[in-house]
Design a protein around this ligand. Structure first.
Ligand SMILES: *Cc1c(COP(=O)(O)O)cnc(C)c1O
Length: 366
C-alpha cells in the first residue's frame, strides 16, 4: 500500500487525456497560442461559477496578487497586512510591488487571519490593504474582516489560491466585493498543466485595468504594464476541467469527513468540524504537540508509504526578507512547525484513510 499526496495519474485519466489531446491538436493547427477563445470562455464561466462579475486570467497566482495590488494603487511606502500562516507568495507579492509587509496574527485553531489582531494592528499601523488568505481551503472570517476594513478604508485582496470550492457567507469564494486571486498551479484544486492564475473582480473598470497590466499596458495609455498573459493551452485545460470540478471538490469533502470520523479519538488535533461543508479541503492539516512530534510522525508515516507535508514549517514572520517587519505573530509562530498535512485529494479512498488512522494510532501507542 502506498498513499501519495497528489494523484495526477487519476486526475488526468484516459478519457480526459483523449479530450485534451484533440483540443491541443486544434489549437496547434489554429496557431492560437496566447489569449485564444478558451481564455474568454473560461473567464466568463469561472466568474459565473464563483459568483463574481468578471474574471481575468493571468500568468500565475503570485502575479494575480501583484496585479491586484497594482489595481488598488499599492506601491512603495504603503503598508499591507498579511496573515502569519500562508505560502510565502502572499508576502512576496507585497514586496514585489515595493510595499511593506505588516504581520497580522492568526486564529490558533485554524491559521486564518484573526480579526481581533487585525483590529489592533490597524490601529498601530496605517494599512492601505490586507491580504486575508483562505488557507488550507478554509473560508476566512470575511464578514468580520470587511467590517473592520470598510470603516478604515482598507482595501481587501482575498488570496484564494487554495480555496476554489470554498464557501463564504456571501456564496462561493469570489462572491464578495473584493478582488479575489487564484493560482492554478498543478497541485491546486483547479489545476493547469503548468502555471496560470486569475483575478475575480466586480466592475468593468477593474477588469480593464487588469487586462492592460497583464499585456504590457496595451489598450490603456496611462498604464505601463508587464507580461502576465495566460497561455491558450492552459486556458483550454482549465475550461475543460470546469465540468468536473464541483464533483472533485465534493470527493475531497468526503475524504475530510472520513478523517473526522476515524480520527475523532486520536491524539492529533483536527481543524474545527464546522468547516466540513465550507472548506475546499485543499489540505488536511492536523496539529501536534511539538515540532519534534511532527518530525517523528512524518517519518513514521513515510515508513508506511504515506506521503505527508509539513505545511507550514515557518510563520511568515520567521521568513527571510519579512522576518523583521512589524505586527503580531505569536499564534502563527506556535502553529508553524507543529502541523502536518495528511493526504487529501479526490482519489484518497476510505481504506486509505482507515490505514492512515490506524497508523497514527500505532504511532501514539509505540
Ligand atoms: C500557490 C499559492 C500562491 C502562489 O501561486 P503561484 O501560482 O505558485 O504563483 C499564493 N498564495 C497561496 C496561499 C498559495 O497556496
Amino acid at each position: 500500500m502506498s498513499i501519495p499526496f497528489y494523484d495526477f495519474g487519476r486526475l488526468h485519466d484516459d478519457h480526459f487525456k483523449k479530450q485534451i489531446k484533440e483540443i491541443f491538436s486544434k489549437i496547434i493547427d489554429d496557431g492560437s497560442f496566447v489569449e485564444g477563445p478558451f481564455n474568454k470562455k473560461f473567464e466568463e464561466r469561472f466568474a459565473q461559477m464563483q459568483g463574481a462579475h468578471f474574471c481575468r486570467l493571468v500568468g500565475n497566482g503570485t502575479d494575480a496578487l501583484e496585479i491586484a495590488l497594482n489595481v488598488y494603487g499599492v506601491g512603495p511606502g504603503d503598508n499591507v497586512g498579511v496573515p502569519g500562516i500562508t505560502f510565502y507568495a502572499s508576502a512576496e507579492a507585497v514586496l514585489n510591488v515595493g510595499a511593506n509587509v505588516i504581520h497580522i496574527d492568526v486564529d490558533p485553531t485554524t491559521g486564518l487571519m484573526d480579526p481581533d489582531s487585525l483590529k489592533r494592528v490597524a490601529k498601530a499601523h496605517k494599512l492601505k490593504a490586507i491580504i486575508p488568505v483562505h488557507i488550507f481551503g478554509l473560508p476566512a472570517d470575511i464578514v468580520a474582516i470587511q467590517e473592520i476594513c470598510h470603516e478604515k478604508g482598507i482595501k481587501i485582496i482575498e488570496d484564494a489560491a487554495q480555496a476554489q470550492g470554498a464557501i463564504l457567507p456571501t456564496g462561493p469564494v469570489g462572491s464578495t466585493r473584493n478582488l479575489v486571486t487564484f493560482s492554478f498551479y498543478p497541485t491546486k484544486n483547479l489545476s493547469a498543466f503548468g502555471d496560470a492564475g486569475a483575478i475575480l473582480c466586480q466592475n468593468e473598470e477593474e477588469a480593464q485595468v487588469i487586462e492592460a497590466i497583464r499585456n504590457h499596458g496595451r489598450g490603456n495609455t496611462m498604464i505601463y504594464g508587464r507580461n502576465s498573459r495566460c497561455d491558450h493551452l492552459q486556458a483550454a485545460v482549465l475550461f475543460q476541467k470546469l465540468d468536473n470540478i464541483d464533483a472533485l471538490n465534493e470527493k475531497r469533502r468526503q475524504v475530510a469527513k472520513t478523517y473526522f470520523d476515524l480520527l475523532k479519538e486520536s491524539e492529533v488535533k483536527l481543524l474545527p468540524k464546522k468547516f466540513l461543508d465550507t472548506s475546499s479541503w485543499h489540505l488536511f492539516p492536523v496539529r501536534l504537540q511539538s515540532a519534534e512530534e511532527r518530525i517523528s510522525l512524518q517519518h513514521f508515516l513515510k515508513a508506511k508509504n504515506v506521503a505527508t507535508s509539513p505545511f507550514y514549517e515557518q510563520a511568515i514572520s520567521q521568513d527571510r526578507a519579512v522576518a523583521n517587519c512589524p505586527g503580531e505573530n505569536d499564534n502563527a509562530r506556535s502553529m508553524a512547525g507543529t502541523t502536518l498535512c495528511l493526504p487529501i485529494n479526490p482519489f484518497v479512498s476510505r481504506e486509505d484513510v482507515n490505514f492512515i488512522a490506524m497508523a497514527i494510532g500505532e504511532f501514539y501507542k509505540s
